[in-house]
Design a protein around this ligand. Structure first.
Ligand SMILES: C[S@@+](CC[C@H](N)C(=O)[O-])C[C@H]1O[C@@H](n2cnc3c(N)ncnc32)[C@H](O)[C@@H]1O
Length: 332
């Protein structure tokens, strides 16, 4: 791969500049190139040969801090076709899917290519990533983003345009894939194809945005009998403001992005000793909806007697307020 994450700047490098008022500009260094702002002109040549993390000045004597964008900076600012996997979730996907150098990994859909970049980094040059995307336009955005960040199309990355269920059997041999990551609306539709492609002990990780998707894919995976018990979680990252004695959590955070669910492929015919089979809940009838009433999920329901008491209390309070306002004879 041609991209270099360190060393002095050279032509072709992407550089993130923080200028006056913390304004960010991302440029690709090229011979004769200039960054024009209303603060003046910064010639690209001023940066070439400087170490990463240098401060340079433009023609208006304004300072710019120059840094190579980290992968997390790049994915947050790159063009998006579809919503991306955020860095906090990508890090967890790499850990929970146990992505390792040399692994054969399948992902779908490729979307904007954010997760593809993290996976490519995780598998290294000896690994192989096959990414599936239904929409050709999204695949184009993703391949352009990957090329922008890495400086070339990696030889160990293949993008297949089409539906994973249809394309996966033709793209990989059965039981040869080490890891599969599904980031799509209906991952349960792909579970059978994934089970066929995964090697025994291989890991599937699904990234879903809603609790209903999480429930549905968990039940589907469980009911195949081909995987270990699914494990689900979400990751919340809360930033902290740390300055002198002002040390406190940030006021704002990205609270919800998605849930992760992972499971491992069992060997053919294997039945884990502790599997407790439960009735399927993959579709929701009236009976299922009833299970989600506040009482059933643990919220204490107020009794009729208590409710009547609360009504009386509220009416007494309203009477008192009316009296205080000199309107004792107002109709209730
Ligand atoms: C949220 S995006 C993926 C974002 C991507 N992981 C990233 O980090 O940039 C979901 C993508 O899955 C694609 N998709 C949905 N179902 C698919 C399927 N069965 N096969 C292939 N792609 C699929 C959609 O077209 C969409 O682009």
């Amino acid at each position: 791969m041609t991209s270099r994450p360190s060393g002095p700047f050279r032509y072709g490098d992407r550089v993130q500049l923080t200028g006056p008022k913390n304004r960010l500009h991302t440029i690709t260094l090229r011979e004769g190139g200039e960054l024009h702002t209303h603060h003046g002109v910064l010639r690209h040549s001023v940066l070439v040969g400087q170490p990463d993390g240098s401060v340079v000045r433009n023609s208006g004597d304004h300072e710019y801090l120059a840094l190579r964008p980290l992968l997390r900076d790049f994915v947050m600012s790159m063009p998006r076709g579809a919503a991306i996997v955020y860095p906090k979730d990508a890090a967890q996907i790499l850990a929970q899917a146990d992505v390792f150098p040399g692994a054969t990994v399948v992902e779908a859909g490729v979307g904007s290519g954010a997760l593809s970049l993290w996976l490519l980094r995780g598998i290294g040059e000896q690994g192989r990533l096959v990414s599936f995307e239904r929409r050709e336009d999204f695949a184009d955005v993703a391949t352009a983003n990957v090329e922008t960040f890495l400086g070339e199309q990696p030889e160990n990355w293949r993008v297949v345009v089409g539906d994973l269920v249809e394309e996966l059997p033709g793209a990989v041999e059965p039981a040869t894939v080490d890891r599969v990551v599904l980031d799509m609306l209906a991952p349960w539709e792909c579970v059978d194809a994934v089970a066929e492609a995964l090697t025994p002990g291989g890991v599937v990780v699904c990234y879903v945005a809603t609790a209903t998707q999480l429930s549905r894919v968990a039940e589907y995976i469980r009911n195949t009998g081909l995987f270990t018990e699914p494990d689900a979680n979400e990751t919340m990252v809360r930033g902290w403001h740390v300055e002198g004695l002002a040390v406190r959590p940030d006021h704002r955070m990205v609270a919800h992005t998605g849930f992760l669910l992972s499971a491992r492929r069992l060997a053919p015919g294997a039945v884990p000793p502790d599997v407790k089979r439960r009735a399927s809940k993959t579709s929701y009838g009236d009976e299922d909806v009833e299970l989600w009433t506040p009482g059933a999920v643990g919220d204490r329901q107020i009794t009729d007697k208590n409710l009547r008491k609360r009504v009386r209390e509220a009416q007494r309070a309203a009477d008192g307020a009316r009296l205080a306002a000199g309107r004792a004879d107002d109709p209730v």
